[in-house]
Design a binder for this molecule. Structure first.
Ligand SMILES: *Cc1c(COP(=O)(O)O)cnc(C)c1O
Length: 222
């Protein structure tokens, strides 16, 4: 994708988001657009930065470490979001490279993050991933276990800023977004990371503050 195609795609996306907000009282502020850039090579990332995108999400630590340190150095205004499954043995890399971690889902990982944040004296924003569809193969804490995980994070002094979900692929996303919104309200959490290329309109209308957009921005994955 060249610079002008990328600019067009980004502008069109922003227009769709703005248009969808007009109809919804829950969408009171333009959500942050995060480019889900897994598999996208450096020239595509450069084109997206040139088009004005500042936030990028990656799923695999190894790939992120190969692609981003040099780009981040060249573009210090870029913010990196970790949106993949986080292994405990990758916490050091995650805290060093990322500005927002969307996928905390267990107490042991919270402990490891807190420890590493203290060691590095870096405080990435942390969101808890909720497995709203209670799918056995999917990451995320079950809704019923969220309260206990939040209490644990509070006890170890790890601030939690919001919630994230990936609805089951074969279901209507709206009930999952509604559940995430309700949980965030219940626990006084500000950020709602929900909505991808196929359902970002719904997510925006249901109060998303962060959208994770891959194909609708970058085209098909390589
Ligand atoms: C890849 C990915 C996205 C973006 O998916 P698209 O359908 O391409 O927009 C969003 N969130 C997560 C967690 C992803 O892995």
């Amino acid at each position: 994708m060249n610079d002008s195609a990328m600019k067009k795609a980004y502008l069109a996306l922003q227009q769709h988001i703005r248009h969808s907000m007009a109809a919804s009282p829950l969408a009171d502020k333009m959500p942050l657009v995060i480019g889900a850039s897994k598999t996208q090579p450096e020239p595509v990332l450069e084109a997206a930065i040139a088009a004005g995108l500042r936030d990028f999400g990656e799923n695999r630590m190894q790939e992120a470490q190969a692609k981003w340190p040099a780009l981040k150095h060249a573009h210090p205004e870029v913010r990196l979001h970790y949106i993949g499954k986080l292994q405990s043995n990758k916490v050091q890399e995650a805290v060093a490279l990322f500005d927002v971690i969307h996928t905390l889902d267990r107490a042991k990982l919270a402990d490891a993050l807190k420890r590493e944040m203290d060691v590095q004296n870096r405080q990435p924003m942390v969101l808890i991933q909720v497995n709203t569809g209670e799918e056995p193969q999917k990451s995320g804490v079950r809704p019923a276990e969220l309260e206990a995980l939040l209490a644990h994070c509070k006890a170890i002094d790890l601030p939690i800023t919001g919630l994230m979900c990936v609805p089951p692929a074969e279901q209507a996303p709206a009930p999952h977004f509604a559940l995430l919104y309700k949980l965030a309200q219940q626990y006084g959490l500000k950020e709602l990371s929900m909505g991808m290329s196929g359902d970002y309109i719904h997510a925006t209308q249901m109060g998303a503050t962060m959208l994770r957009i891959g194909t609708a921005l970058f085209g098909a994955r390589q």
